[in-house]
Design a binder for this molecule. Structure first.
Ligand code: ASP
Length: 442
């Protein structure tokens, strides 16, 4: 029998009703043996996540202010869940201990208690063993998770447990201090557990039915991506898709374990399967384009110089100037006598004049200009390699939408095409490409 590690996000566990749904999902498949819960999230749009309640409570405690009411509100979240689940469990002992520790055990300790308490409740409801993440997720004293030690500890602890609940988001440092990942870090815990038990799949249960082809705020009701490779996901995440905590990818990716993004509220949906990059994965691409992402906040530095291409070291000199000023370079489309450097506008801010002066001095271009407000669009798809005419279709779609293309860059992997447009054109450009490649196939 296979092993599935299942991680449930905060909205999937926000109240007893949601926890019952999660439990039904877990119990419906005997392979779902290891459960990684987040803290209870929002029950409605104006609600506050337990993690945020804990941060706020800690701020007051650390300032020596009265946090009694804030703490009571947190207790109530759990006590309501326990009562609505019909459990006889009492968390009074844990509450008392947390309250006593709150002011001095640190901000991360405070935040971690959301997952800790939820883990105890969910373990009791499922009848599974509770494994405190502090005993198995190892951090250095600087707060960096130690993957090797963690996987070893998890493996030892879970070896003889058929079922267990391991709360997400936190662990403990060498010197015994509770540490957390950055926000959304339960995804990382789930990935580490999946790696440790050699899971066949890491299921990440959330409140959407998978990764969408494009941002739903830009495209009306975009379709779900059924299968995506890790490489494609990396390209899209870099350009603004936020799907999983970025540190959650590495542990499972290197072990070849797929991630399945699923919807707790629609368990019948298959969701999105994130798979290792392989020839077989290529066969599963049903669309030429897997996803379209876009990001604003870039600047183009355009240079022209006669005989530039025969000047040895020209590009190196240009890049040296950017590096010396600490400016992030994203892309570098070039012609015979022209070169554009697309840079991150934020790291360029306040240094525009210094950059131009330094470039003039170092490479003495005939023409030099800075073009602000550039957005980059990434059209990503493993299916592009085997489909001819994709670039032509992309640019025809953009031309049809009267979008002025400022830059084109195709990676050698033929996995993505990066297009620079004016920031004001970004959303329209995404819609044009979506319509040409996706809507037309529906
Ligand atoms: N509860 C934490 C947060 O809100 C961690 C997580 O949910 O993954 O960020």
């Amino acid at each position: 029998m296979g092993i599935k590690v299942v991680k449930f996000g905060g909205s999937s566990l926000a109240d007893a009703g949601q926890i019952k749904k999660a439990a039904a999902i877990i119990k419906s498949d005997a392979e779902r043996r290891y459960v990684v819960p987040s803290a209870p999230g929002k029950r409605f749009s104006d609600d506050i996540k337990v993690t945020d309640m804990l941060y706020a409570c800690y701020e007051k405690a650390a300032m020596g202010e009265d946090f009694t009411q804030d703490f009571e509100n947190i207790k109530k979240r759990y006590n309501d869940i326990i009562a609505d689940l019909g459990l006889t469990l009492s968390l009074e002992e844990q509450f008392a201990q947390i309250k006593a520790n709150l002011a001095h055990a640190g901000r991360e300790y405070a935040a971690s208690r959301g997952e800790y308490l939820n883990g105890i409740v969910i373990a009791a409801y499922l009848g599974y063993t509770f494994v405190d993440a502090a005993d198995v997720i190892v951090f250095s004293d600087e707060g960096v998770m130690q993957r090797h030690d963690t996987v070893t500890k998890l493996r030892e602890r879970l070896r003889n447990l058929d079922h267990a609940v391991i709360p997400g988001f936190y662990g403990k440092s060498f010197s015994g201090v509770v540490r957390t990942f950055s926000r959304g870090g339960s995804d990382v815990t789930g990935s580490l557990v999946a790696r440790a038990v050699h899971a066949d799949v890491y299921e990440n249960w959330t409140d959407v039915s998978g990764i969408l082809v494009a941002d739903p705020r830009v495209v009306n009701e975009p379709v779900v991506i059924p299968v995506i490779t890790y490489k494609e996901l990396r390209e899209l995440s870099y350009m603004g898709f936020s799907v999983l905590h970025e540190d959650a990818i590495f542990p499972v990716r290197t072990a070849g374990i797929p991630i399945n993004i699923r919807n707790t509220n629609k368990p019948e949906d298959d969701g999105t399967l994130i798979v290792p990059d392989s020839d077989a994965a290529e066969e599963t691409s049903i669309r030429t384009i897997t996803g379209i992402a876009g990001k604003k906040g870039f600047c183009a530095v355009n240079m022209e110089k006669g005989m530039m291409n025969s000047e040895i070291g020209f590009v190196r000199d240009v890049l040296d100037v950017f590096a010396e000023l600490g400016i992030n370079v994203e892309h570098m489309p070039s012609g015979i006598d022209t070169l554009s450097v697309i840079a991150d506008a934020e790291s360029l801010k306040g240094q525009e004049e210094r950059l131009l002066t330094a470039l003039r001095k170092k490479v003495n271009p005939d023409h030099l200009e800075l073009e602000p407000d550039i957005a980059l669009l990434a059209v990503v798809g493993r299916g592009m390699r085997k489909t001819r005419g994709t670039a032509a279709r992309i640019f025809a779609a953009l031309a049809h939408g009267r979008i002025n293309v400022k830059m084109i860059d195709q990676g050698s992997s033929e996995l993505n095409v990066i297009i620079g447009v004016n920031e004001n054109d970004l959303h329209q450009a995404i819609r044009c490409i979506y319509d040409a490649f996706i809507s037309s196939t529906l």
